[in-house]
Design a protein around this ligand. Structure first.
Ligand code: SF4
Length: 379
C-alpha cells in the first residue's frame, strides 16, 4: 500500500534512537561515530544514567500523548549498546517503558553482535526486545572493515551470534544492517545476508561529503557506481519476488516512485520522524550528519594522538586516505589514544607515573578510567 505524502507540515517523531552506550568493542574503520569529523562522543558519558533514561522515557511519553500516537519505537543504540551489560540493559528497557507508559514502546536493539550470547537473548525474550545485527556480507566483506582494536575480524563472532539468534530466538530477529563497499560483489554480499533469512535488510551507503565523496564516487555524472551496485542487488531481490526478506531502501524508493512518502532519512524529501538521544540527553535529528563537520567546541584528535579543541568555524580537516572519504574524517590515527600511556608517549612527554589515573578516550575502552602506565586493553 502506498503511503500518502504528508501535506508539508511537521510530523511527530515516532522512532527514538537512544544511545545507551557511547563506546564500542569494535574499531571499524568505516564507523561514522569514531572516525569522522564529529568527535563529541569523547566528552559524553559512556552510558546513559538511570535518571536520564527515566526522563527520556517520560519525554517520549509526553510527545506521544501530545500527538496522539498509539505507539512509538525505541532503538537502543551506541556505540555498542550491549556494553551496558545484561542487568543495566534490562533496567534501561524497563525505565524507558515505564517513563513512556501508557504509550506502548516497541523496543529494538542495534548491535554489532559480538557479545550477543544466551544471557542477552534470554533477557530480550523476556522483555520482548527485537534484535538487529550489523553484518556486511560474507567473511571477506565483513572483515574488510568490522575488526576489533587488535585488527582481527569479527565475522566468526557475529556468525555465531546469528546462529544463536536465528535458532530458538528467531522471533526476536529484526533484521541485518549492511554497509556497502564497492569492492564486495553485490550478489555474493546479498546472498551472504540472505543465508540468515532476515526479515529486513538495510543497506547503508558509506558516508561522504561533496569535497570528500565515498570511495569510487567521482564527479562524472555518468558514473553511478553505488547505484550500479544496488541495481544488481535489486535485480536479484526482485527476481526472487522480494519475499520474505524486505530491503528497506528498495521499498522506500518504490513508495516514492508510486507517489507516496519515504520514512528513510536520505530517501526523498519527506520529513524524518526519528529523533536521536545521546548518552548525556542531547537530542539530535540525525547523528550521521556529524560526519561532515566537527561541532563547535568539540574536541578533535590531532595527528599526535592528543585531543584539542578546533576553531568553531573550521570545517572538518582530516587527511585524505586512499579510497576512503578523506576530509570528512577526523585526523584520528589508527592507534590514537588506544591507551592513555601511548598518548602520553606520543606527545613527547615521559609516561606519567603509574599512580596517575587518567581518563581513557579510546572508543573501544569501556572502563571509566585507566592508569596511564597501563596499556588500555580496549575492552
Ligand atoms: S560496531 Fe563498528 S560501526 Fe558500529 S559503532 Fe562499533 S565501531 Fe562503529
Amino acid at each position: 500500500m502506498v503511503r500518502p505524502a504528508p501535506p508539508g507540515r511537521p510530523v511527530p517523531f515516532r522512532q527514538f534512537v537512544v544511545k545507551l552506550h557511547s563506546r564500542c568493542d569494535l574499531a571499524c574503520d568505516h564507523c561514522y561515530v569514531y572516525t569522522m569529523a564529529d568527535q563529541r562522543w569523547r566528552n559524553r558519558p559512556r552510558t546513559m544514567s538511570a535518571a536520564m533514561l527515566a526522563r527520556t522515557g517520560e519525554r517520549i511519553g509526553e510527545h506521544a500523548r501530545r500527538h496522539q500516537l498509539d505507539r512509538v519505537s525505541v532503538v537502543l543504540h551506541g556505540g555498542e549498546p550491549l556494553l551496558a551489560g545484561v542487568s543495566d540493559l534490562g533496567r534501561a528497557v524497563e525505565l524507558l517503558r515505564r517513563g513512556a507508559a501508557p504509550v506502548p514502546v516497541r523496543m529494538t536493539v542495534q548491535t554489532n553482535g559480538v557479545r550477543l550470547d544466551d544471557s542477552f537473548l534470554r533477557l530480550f525474550d523476556r522483555l520482548d526486545v527485537r534484535v538487529s545485527v550489523s553484518l556486511d556480507g560474507d567473511r571477506t566483506a565483513h572483515d574488510r572493515h568490522r575488526r576489533g582494536p587488535d585488527g582481527r575480524g569479527s565475522h566468526h563472532r557475529v556468525e555465531a551470534a546469528l546462529h544463536r539468534l536465528t535458532g530458538s530466538y528467531r522471533r526476536l530477529f529484526n533484521g541485518l544492517l549492511c554497509t556497502v563497499d564497492l569492492r564486495n560483489d553485490p550478489i555474493t554480499t546479498y546472498r551472504g545476508l540472505l543465508a540468515h533469512r532476515p526479515p529486513v535488510v538495510d543497506f547503508l551507503l558509506p558516508h561522504g561529503t561533496w569535497s570528500a565523496p565515498p570511495a569510487g564516487r567521482t564527479s562524472d555524472p555518468r558514473q553511478a557506481p553505488y547505484a550500479d551496485w544496488l541495481g544488481a542487488v535489486f535485480d536479484e531481490w526482485y527476481s526472487g519476488g522480494g519475499q520474505p526478506t524486505r530491503v528497506r531502501l528498495f521499498d522506500e524508493i518504490i513508495q516514492l516512485l508510486l507517489g507516496g512518502s519515504s520514512r528513510l532519512a536520505g530517501v526523498g524529501v519527506s520529513p524524518v520522524a526519528v529523533a536521536v538521544v545521546e548518552t548525556d540527553g542531547a537530542i539530535e535529528m540525525d547523528d550521521t550528519l556529524g560526519t561532515a563537520h566537527a561541532a563547535p567546541g568539540a574536541p578533535a584528535c590531532t595527528s599526535t594522538g592528543t585531543t584539542s579543541t578546533p576553531p568553531s568555524t573550521s570545517p572538518a580537516s582530516g587527511p585524505s586516505r586512499p579510497g576512503r572519504p578523506g576530509s570528512a574524517r577526523s585526523a584520528v590515527p589508527a592507534t590514537c589514544t588506544r591507551s592513555a600511556a601511548a598518548a602520553s608517549t606520543r606527545t613527547g612527554g615521559a609516561p606519567a607515573a603509574a599512580s596517575t589515573t587518567r581518563r581513557c578516550t579510546a572508543p573501544t575502552c569501556t572502563g571509566s578510567s585507566v592508569t596511564s602506565a597501563a596499556r588500555c586493553s580496549g575492552t
